[in-house]
Design a protein around this ligand. Structure first.
Ligand SMILES: *[C@@H]1O[C@H](CO)[C@@H](O)[C@H](O)[C@H]1NC(C)=O
Ligand SMILES: *[C@@H]1O[C@H](CO)[C@@H](O)[C@H](O)[C@H]1NC(C)=O
Ligand SMILES: *[C@@H]1O[C@H](CO)[C@@H](O)[C@H](O)[C@H]1NC(C)=O
Ligand SMILES: *[C@@H]1O[C@H](CO)[C@@H](O)[C@H](O)[C@H]1NC(C)=O
Ligand SMILES: *[C@@H]1O[C@H](CO)[C@@H](O)[C@H](O)[C@H]1NC(C)=O
Length: 371
């Protein structure tokens, strides 16, 4: 990951020097203008990372919320170079794909060795950060849509990403209307030297009790970041320990506790915990945001079934020293974001979020299409 970081920085520099290409100069490639674009999002079972078929021939790119650019492996023996890659998606009305759209994008190429660690079959990375060469900004320029994107990450099956905003619908037994109009909003912060999205978290609570975090709190200084490359939430040791202790104590259930299943520490006999239609009934883990709003993780986003008899608290301790002083205090991982509608608005610099109700899921998006 460290090597990858270095290479990414190098690529970013190379691109800054060479990228001035306004995409969509070929009129023929610009149909679908003004309409948001939709793509399917799949979770790779081996790496637990998310990919989308954004390249021609349905080749996949890893979705990286913190990535500042788009890259794919170089052809032949080339090391790095900048090139156009045509990207593919479908125009959408927020309900279903309407018709295929291809648009040129500035992408870089990187040595094949950087594909190691990506899901098998992934040909590169689509960065989703707030940067001119990341996918959201490029899609906005090419398609003349808002610099905004919506993620609905799947636990299984096909989830969905929409570039350009607009309404968003999931089929359900009862009509839930446009989900993008039901979101709770919070500011998106930037930290110097990091392309990641950060949230203004003032405290973390388990149930109704705030965690006793060290004075001068780590949260504000080191920050709370969102990262789709982290399969589970990662907490710095000074945040992790109070969270595990509070969860353990608040849930009680010493009767159901079973030995740790690394990397998870707090595990339970899932049969005794009693799964319900709305997940395990465990204490909420709450990110208390500036302005008095909460991002609340209930059982489906806080407890992972590691096998068919064991469920564990789905947060891990961040490795000490990893990333040095710039490491966030808390990373909200993919598992926490699944089956939430998340809308990143790069113009208003805010995140809208809403839990998808238990009777539907991100994987219910209607990809049947009208073609
Ligand atoms: C466009 O949508 C159709 C119908 O769901 C699908 O078969 C096709 O793969 C999509 N194209 C892209 C590039 O995602
Ligand atoms: C946010 O969560 C805290 C901790 O559970 C709770 O005390 C508070 O009432 C919640 N606020 C809102 C607006 O729900
Ligand atoms: C949970 O609490 C019990 C005491 O109730 C303790 O024995 C156990 O070690 C705790 N587990 C963790 C992972 O902190
Ligand atoms: C639980 O998993 C084991 C192996 O992982 C399997 O043999 C067993 O059939 C499973 N039990 C149930 C009830 O699914
Ligand atoms: C999916 O979309 C197609 C085309 O608009 C429509 O015919 C079909 O009824 C939709 N399916 C569901 C489950 O909404």
């Amino acid at each position: 990951m460290k090597e990858l970081g270095k290479a990414m920085t190098l690529l970013a520099l190379l691109l800054c020097l060479s990228a001035s290409s306004p995409p969509c100069t070929l009129a023929a490639a610009c149909d679908g203008k003004g309409k948001p674009l939709v793509t399917a999002v799949t979770k790779d079972p081996a790496t637990l990372l998310y990919t989308s078929p954004l390249l021609e021939d349905s080749r996949r790119l890893l979705l990286d919320l913190s990535g500042p650019l788009i890259w794919a492996a170089c052809d032949g023996g080339a090391q790095t170079q900048t090139r156009g890659v045509t990207l593919s998606a479908n125009a959408t009305d927020g309900k279903t794909p309407l018709y295929p759209v291809s648009f040129p994008a500035a992408a870089s190429c990187a040595p094949r060795s950087l594909l190691a660690g990506l899901p098998a079959g992934a040909a590169g990375v689509a960065g989703l950060a707030s940067a001119a060469l990341a996918l959201p900004a490029q899609a906005a320029r090419a398609q003349k849509v808002a610099a905004r994107f919506l993620l609905c990450l799947p636990r299984r099956g096909d989830g969905v990403a929409v570039f350009g905003g607009g309404p968003f619908f999931l089929p359900a037994p009862m009509d839930m209307g446009d989900l993008s109009s039901t979101l709770t909003h919070t500011a998106l912060l930037a930290k110097k030297g990091s392309p990641a999205y950060y949230l203004p978290v003032e405290a973390i609570a388990v149930g109704t009790a705030r965690l006793p975090l060290p004075a001068g709190t780590a949260l504000a200084a080191a920050g709370v970041a969102l990262d789709t490359r982290a399969p589970y939430g990662e907490l710095r040791p000074d945040v992790y320990r109070p969270l595990v202790d509070a969860f353990n104590r608040t849930l009680g259930r010493d009767d159901a506790r079973v030995p740790a299943v690394p990397p998870f520490e707090l595990c339970y006999d899932s049969g005794r915990l009693g799964p319900t239609r709305i997940g395990y009934l465990v204490p909420d883990v709450v990110l208390m945001l500036q302005g008095g709003k909460n991002w609340t993780f209930t059982g489906p986003n806080s407890m992972v079934d590691v096998d068919n008899r064991t469920a564990c608290l789905a947060f891990v301790e961040a490795k000490r020293g990893h990333g040095g002083g710039a490491a966030p205090a808390v990373v909200v991982g993919g598992f926490q974001m699944e089956d939430f509608v998340l809308q990143f608005d790069l113009e208003k610099r805010r995140l809208g979020f809403a839990k998808v109700r238990f009777f539907t899921a991100c994987s219910n998006f209607n990809f049947t299409g009208r073609q």
